[in-house]
Design a protein around this ligand. Structure first.
Ligand SMILES: Nc1ncnc2c1ncn2[C@@H]1O[C@H](COP(=O)(O)OP(=O)(O)O)[C@@H](O)[C@H]1O
Ligand SMILES: [Mg+2]
Length: 390
């Protein structure tokens, strides 16, 4: 047996009591014991040897496959195609932490596999895939009525509140976006890919960038430009997501013309002129105008350039769960983390760790072609962690 396999098997024996499906048992010492490791062989068979037919999608960290494990459970296997310099022990420690993070609005992580060249994460499989499949497809978006959209907004807020304030360790997600919101058979939202950045500190990715993980179009500028990370980074992305859910369109869509192409800008212009409800998805048969107005204002409040003025998840959650709302008037939205062509933003720019208060604006040059933006707004890029404490 190779050294790696040997290590895994020992570690596995330490951790596993009844196999991967039997996670979260209390073994008497107050600490839950977790089935952590899946055999590579089991996952090969489960995914039909990672066949293209089983591929659910492909993100910045690698492909995701649907699989069926021997206990009959459907799973999603995420292959992390990174040459992590991190040791197996550190990796498994992080996975162990993430296994403890459980909430109805977070996708359940079932375990991992560290045999072979790639590391893999095994998640529960969500039948309706991700929100982007519904929201940005004109035919399918009609199946998301207003009530469902509100449920999704509230569920995501609940999940983020848990990650920021209630989880055993604070987790800043860093990559909140429509394709990371998975939907179960009842269209309940579950945040996926939480903690992924924790697994690869210092990792370089396919974009040859480092230090920051996030997705263009959703990234707070103080993070995209200066690497300043805080819970408000997630709040910014959440604000963009809320505006996408209300409007049924992507944060950037060049086909809509200069005035409407940038969702944040457009939403802000409409809000200023008292016509915010024009933003609401025209494909919706009906909607609640009070809720819609609240969501638009809330979204803009989350995306303000002043980091301190952005709401926190606690007040967002409170606002969303109350019948009436009084919200401050939002300040100007920050320009999103799209900084023209990515190549402009070399490592020197990102090595500036200066904390900013978010007063810088207008640094964005919106790319004209939508294919570049589409590509970049789907794929995560990853940098190492900084300032991740509570
Ligand atoms: N647990 C899961 N259940 C069902 N579909 C999933 C699951 N995880 C990921 N997917 C699908 O695979 C796609 C690719 O996932 P990912 O690698 O996280 O990239 P991204 O989040 O950038 O789209 C997602 O957009 C989603 O549609
Ligand atoms: Mg994802």
């Amino acid at each position: 047996m190779g050294l790696l396999a040997n290590f895994c098997s020992c570690f596995n024996n330490l951790l596993r009591r009844d196999g991967p499906a039997a996670a979260d048992e209390d073994d008497g010492d107050g600490e839950a014991s977790f089935g952590l490791f899946f055999d590579l062989r089991t996952l090969q068979i489960a995914t039909n040897f990672f066949s293209d037919l089983n591929q659910l999608g492909h993100g910045g960290f690698g492909p995701v496959y649907k699989g069926l494990i021997p206990n009959g459970q459907e799973v999603a296997v995420k292959k992390l195609s990174l040459n992590s310099r991190q040791g197996i022990r550190e990796f498994t420690n992080e996975v162990k932490l993430l296994l403890k993070i459980q909430h109805k609005n977070l996708v359940t992580l079932l375990g991992c596999c560290v045999e072979g060249p790639e590391k893999m994460l095994v998640y529960e499989y969500l039948l309706n895939k991700s929100l982007d499949f519904f929201l940005f497809d004109k035919e399918k978006s009609s199946s998301l009525d207003w009530m469902q959209r509100m449920r999704i907004v509230k569920g995501v807020a609940r999940g983020l509140l848990y990650l920021h304030e209630e989880a055993p360790e604070r987790i800043i997600h860093r990559d909140i976006k429509a394709s990371n919101i998975l939907l179960d058979d009842q269209l309940n939202p579950k945040i996926s890919d939480f903690g992924l950045a924790r697994l690869f500190p210092g990792e370089e990715t396919h974009l040859n960038t480092f230090r920051i993980s996030g997705t263009h179009g959703y990234m707070a500028p103080e993070y995209a430009i200066h690497g300043y990370l805080s819970v408000k980074t997630d709040v910014f992305s959440f604000g963009v997501l809320v505006l996408e859910i209300v409007s049924g369109r992507k944060n950037h869509d060049g086909r809509l013309g200069a005035e409407k192409a940038d969702l944040l800008n457009y939403a802000w212009t409409l809000f200023q002129s008292g016509n915010a409800l024009e933003l609401v998805d025209a494909g919706l048969n009906n909607y609640n105008p009070v809720e819609a107005a609240m969501c638009i204002q809330l979204g803009l409040l989350c995306c303000q350039s002043s980091v301190a003025d952005r709401l926190d998840m606690n007040s967002i959650h409170l606002t969303l769960s109350s019948d009436s709302f009084t919200l401050p008037k939002p300040g100007k939205p920050a320009i999103q983390g799209r900084v023209g062509r990515w190549s402009q933003t070399g490592s020197t720019l990102f090595s500036d760790k200066t904390k900013t208060t978010g007063t810088h604006t207008n640094t964005t040059k919106v790319s004209s072609g939508s294919s570049f933006v589409d590509e970049y707004s789907r794929n995560s890029i990853s940098y190492s962690s900084m300032d991740e404490g509570r």
